[in-house]
Design a protein. Structure first.
Length: 128
């Protein structure tokens, strides 16, 4: 095959078609597989905001910090691909909340949000 633009384009198309065919073949082979088992238990961090009502008070989200969480830091920004908003929320202690700042300013759009809200369960009944 000659080394010109037309042949290079054909080679690229052929490679894309082979890749697409391989992906379809792999997807068909995996169709009968079951979803991975969820190894989470009741003591793990809740998946959704509605699940955060548990017996024990929430602790700081930062690794290695066992302080009680006092605030929720929320940031909503545009996904890098531009196909939707991403919302990131973390429950943090007072010290880590003071260190927090917007992290995704490159994804700012009309509905961008960076907000720090106090947790409603900040009543400390253990100080008797």
């Amino acid at each position: 095959m000659a080394d010109n633009k037309k042949s290079r384009n054909k080679q690229a198309r052929d490679e894309e078609n082979r890749q697409r065919a391989w992906e379809v073949k792999q997807a068909r082979e995996r169709m009968d597989e079951t979803e991975p088992r969820d190894d989470r238990n009741e003591t793990d961090e809740p998946r959704y905001e509605g699940e955060e009502h548990s017996e024990s008070p929430p602790t700081c989200h930062r690794r290695g910090c066992d302080e009680p969480a006092k605030f929720v830091v929320l940031e909503r920004y545009q996904e890098e691909t531009g196909h939707g908003a991403v919302e990131s929320a973390a429950r943090l202690c007072q010290r880590h909340t003071a260190e927090e700042s917007p992290a995704n300013l490159d994804g700012v759009y009309a509905d961008y949000v960076f907000r720090v809200d106090p947790l409603t369960e900040t009543n400390d009944t253990s100080t008797a």
